[in-house]
Design a protein around this ligand. Structure first.
Ligand code: ADP
Length: 269
């Protein structure tokens, strides 16, 4: 018999030993080691992500303290740079808290009827403000059904897919948000005409802090946690994340929900 959970693999075997039988209890530590390595990598990544903006802020503060004659324009310049770095740290901490909430099996996962058309209209508004006229944005609602789920978690998962589409699509590109209903599932997808992703990276994109292009991710305000958050939020809804991409042409990220989660909208009840 063996019991298996995330951290421990324990097997108990009865083995013949002469006329008797002996009980052998063994513990497979490969799983334990894997978990420990992941934990260590995660702590190293978080420390690194926080130490960079902290060093920058520290440097600017030192300059402000040491310089005797700073005019107002210079002071404002340094304060603005520090403000950007502080925003970056706040964003990272917010994503870390969200991720830890989603990963915890103890966090309550309340479900309600989520008005999908309304949620997508909200996401489109956010997208319009994030893009500030740099992209053509479209919303296709091929179904008026609602979803049984947690609105905050869905908003966060879908929001990350939409903001990624904007951040990885050059100016002038097109982004389509779509909600469709098939026999087996309801699908929310975000299609962009952006930079695309080489196939070897796709299986790793939902790992925490995995980025194809570090500098582009940072420049556009990425924390490296958006897809990990989306994946966890979707898993809590028994939904899967599908990624299709053609380098240089664009990508489509789809969240596929089982049909049993689709319900009639309140208006049509
Ligand atoms: P980040 O904050 O770096 O965007 P994510 O977890 O949201 O972190 O995404 C992980 C990586 O996946 C990104 O760094 C980027 O390389 C790639 N990626 C995500 N969405 C897209 C997209 N729509 N187009 C191209 N690459 C993407």
């Amino acid at each position: 018999k063996s019991t298996r959970n995330r951290e421990l693999v324990l097997s108990i075997q009865l083995i013949p030993f002469g006329d008797e039988q002996k009980l052998l209890i063994s513990r497979d530590i490969t799983q334990l080691e894997r978990v420990e390595t992941m934990r260590r990598d995660f702590v190293a990544n978080v420390s690194h992500e926080l130490s960079t903006p902290l060093t920058v802020v520290g440097g600017f503060l030192e300059t402000l303290v040491d310089m005797e004659h700073l005019d107002e324009t210079q002071t404002r310049h340094y304060l603005n740079l520090m403000f950007d770095q502080t925003n970056r740290m706040q964003h990272l901490v917010k994503d870390l808290l969200m991720l830890s909430k989603l990963e915890s099996t103890h966090t309550a996962h309340r479900e309600e009827k989520v008005d999908v058309p309304h949620l997508l209209q909200d996401l489109l508004k956010d997208a319009l403000s994030l893009s500030s006229g740099r992209h053509r944005l479209r919303l296709n609602l091929a179904s008026e059904r609602w979803l049984l789920g947690n609105e905050d978690e869905l908003r966060s998962a879908f929001g990350n897919l939409v903001s990624n589409a904007i951040r990885y699509t050059p100016d002038g590109g097109e982004i389509v948000l779509q909600w469709e209903e098939w026999e087996e599932e309801g699908v929310f997808s975000v299609q962009d005409s952006g930079v695309g992703i080489e196939p070897q990276h796709i299986p790793r994109l939902t790992e925490r802090f995995y980025r194809v292009d570090r500098s582009r991710s940072r420049e556009t305000g990425g924390t490296g946690l958006g897809l990990a958050i989306a994946k966890h939020a979707l898993t809590r809804h028994q939904a899967r994340l599908e990624i299709e991409s053609t380098p240089g042409k664009g990508s489509t990220f789809s969240a596929c929900f089982p049909a049993r989660r689709l319900i009639a909208g309140e208006a049509s009840n």
